[in-house]
Design a protein around this ligand. Structure first.
Ligand code: MLT
Length: 409
């Protein structure tokens, strides 16, 4: 019989959000008349912005004509979208990124999961704890770790994010090769200042390391002091790759469009010590394994940068931030310590008890789904994450139900 990739056996049997879905289904089967409110997985609920809808429709109409029809596009994305991204997301922030350093894709999950393929098998990797599970699982699948012992894989350097450090991990003592960072953070909602990011950039330079910077939630940053891209930090072009997404700002979770920035100045070496362009490697991988995002979806994404689109996205992200304020206010009102929710759609709550117990309590007694912090790593134990992605009505109802359930506890 054919052999499997045994690295998969080291993984927890299922992905965090599938575990949650199973518990929710079991609850629903047992309580068919109690409607649940989902504040677990960070999936948006509000419709696509009008500007995106119009561009999407128009592009589909074009596809229906001989003159306007588009077959395979450039794997890296159409110039119209890459140029709009470079201008609006980077140039306008003083960050030096060219359109041809941008790779358009169908998701930041895929990109942040796939990027490790272009690096060596025996590199040392630092991952935050708590962490977006994709960073960890994809490296486990690739065989870069040993077994999971007490919730941590042998071989990783874990970057603890705790109440003591304000959920922004410190620079490790040892040298690593690849560093995963995410700000505004998933799951904690914590943000990093320019000084904090500068320290990571300097450390990466010193180690010859590369930072994988996940900025999928940057549209929620309102504090003008906070950086919106790692490339706002001097020197970052030489040490960082950045992931962005249209999912959370423009509601593209079901439409699928994202992008990854790989600066041409980024270098890595082979075993013999010869330097290689990371951009060239990623381009090679991207063109081999990906055929581009559909033309209508890229037109819809381009509309995010129109005047109408920008105004709608500001309103949409403001709406979710107001939800986050309601969540944080309600939980703090009940006496729980919280972070996040001000420049992020996630509120991270200290539960004072095991996080799966608290998850079960909210599910069984309030009919509300959250995400247990322990699912994101050992430092997530004793926390839950509540997502602000839902309608105002559902957020208010959920908070009312949680207040009742916890006040009676
Ligand atoms: C989450 O809930 O953490 C998000 O849905 C992650 C994602 O966007 O894949």
């Amino acid at each position: 019989m054919i052999r499997i990739n045994e690295n998969y056996l080291k993984l927890k049997a299922s992905y965090l959000f599938s575990d949650i879905a199973k518990r929710v289904s079991a609850y629903q089967e047992a309580n068919p008349d109690s409607p649940i409110i989902r504040l677990g997985i960070g999936d948006v609920t509000e419709p696509l912005p009008q500007a995106c809808q119009k561009a999407f429709h128009a592009a589909i109409d074009e596809q229906g004509t001989r003159e306007g029809f588009h077959g395979y596009g450039p794997e890296q994305g159409y110039a119209f979208l890459r140029e709009a991204i470079a201008k609006n997301d980077f140039e306008s922030r003083g960050a030096d990124i060219d359109a041809d350093e941008i790779f358009v894709s169908d998701g930041a999950k895929c990109d942040s999961g796939n990027i490790q393929e272009i690096f060596g098998e025996d590199i040392k990797i630092a991952v935050p704890d708590p962490v977006y599970p994709v960073y960890v699982d994809t490296n486990v699948m690739a065989g870069r770790t040993g077994a999971n012992v007490d919730g941590r894989y042998e071989g990783f350097v874990y970057l603890d994010s705790t109440p003591e450090n304000g959920y922004v991990p410190s620079i490790p003592e040892e040298k690593v090769d690849l560093i995963y960072l995410c700000f505004p953070n998933n799951p904690t909602g914590a943000t990093a200042t320019k000084e904090q990011l500068k320290a990571w950039v300097d450390y990466a330079k010193e180690c010859g390391a590369i930072i994988l910077f996940d900025a999928a939630y940057v549209a929620f940053v309102r504090n003008p002091e906070l950086p919106q891209s790692i490339y706002e930090i001097e020197g970052a072009r030489d040490v960082a790759i950045e992931f962005r997404s249209f999912s959370k700002n423009a509601g593209f979770t079901g439409t699928r469009c994202a992008y990854t920035v790989v600066p041409k100045s980024l270098k890595a070496q082979d075993a013999a010590g010869n330097e290689h362009s990371v951009h060239a490697l990623w381009n090679r991988r991207h063109c081999t394994k990906f055929n581009g995002v559909s033309y209508p979806v890229q037109k819809a994404a381009e509309a995010v940068y129109s005047e109408e689109g920008k105004a709608e996205i500001k309103a949409l992200t403001d709406f979710y931030l107001d939800n986050a304020k309601i969540v944080r206010g309600a939980m703090e009102g009940l006496g729980y310590k919280c972070v996040g929710g001000d420049d992020s759609p996630y509120v991270w709550i200290q539960t004072g008890q095991p996080s799966w117990d608290f998850f079960d309590k909210l599910l069984n007694e309030a009919g509300v789904v959250c995400t247990p912090g322990a699912g994101f790593g050992t430092c997530g134990e004793g926390h839950i994450r509540i997502s602000a992605f839902n309608s105002r009505e559902k957020i208010e109802e959920a908070m009312g139900r949680i207040k009742d359930a916890l006040a009676n506890a």
